[in-house]
Design a protein around this ligand. Sequence first.
Ligand code: FE2
Length: 333
Amino acid sequence: MKTIVLGVESTAHTFGVGIVKEREIIADTRYRYEPEKGGIHPREAALYFMNIGPSAISEALRSAGISARDLTGVAVALGPGLGPCLRVGATHARAMAAYLNKPLIPVNHAVAHIEVGKLVTNVKDPLIVYLSGGNTLIAAFNEGRYRVFGETLDIALGNFMDTFVREIGLAPPYVVNGVHQLDRCAEKGKELIDLPYVVKGQDVSFSGLLTAALRAVRRGVPIENVCYSVREIAYSAIVEVSERALVHTDKKEVLVVGGVAASKYLKEKFEIMSSSRGVELAIVPPKYAVDNGVMIAWTGLLAFKSGITIEPERAYVRQRWRLDDVDIPWFGQ
Ligand code: FE2
């Protein structure tokens, strides 16, 4: 009998419901909360999720052409993420699992980005560069877990980019036709200005760069040149720590995952680095690089097959659930 898992994603701005049947994706329903202005308001996003949640689940089941009774289990992203948002997804998944009397499978959102990336790109044992609104980290599998080899000391790359373009009046929307406003603005830049480049060991830091870049804009430096300099510095720092981690871990593949993976300028830098190192570069296509329910369903299926389930009454959300806290017994299967 084929294993069919439904996965619920609600860690930040996306309420996603995905269904997988073994390696086949049979449903992928997504609803994205878009703030009218400013950044994401967790409570507003949560309210939006509560409104669309039940219909998103029925829509996914309908598009898969199955009934809820056909599911083997229900997976849910319990963290890391925004508390109010996480709780809505957890409530839906717990209720479904309890009502249907099906196993509930806990999934770590960061692990799910990695697993869906491996599924769609076919890499096996990569150095992982995870770049999103809330996360910036370099990881690789070692002794049963994805170990973190470097991360941001303050804000995540995506959060940094969003904050910067918002503060200088270019956003929201942050991404237009698949291109981030930072990249768009940087295309018109001609001159690099002096801004702090901070790499400490294997870690990066963006808060000093943010402050200095905003100050430069206020001083009257053309915003195109500030954007261009910010882009070059931020992306170079990421590629530098990735290259060092590659040497350290001796991995032969690099996998870039997360919502920021879509940038073609970042991709160019990774291409130069990986070809000079002779390693294979895989970048998760935008559709699966952003948050979605499929990644939760797929990781849930892998976890379920390794015997990982959780009682609904014990399925608490974990806002700061770290990637390297999760055992990965299915690795290499
Ligand atoms: Fe994410």
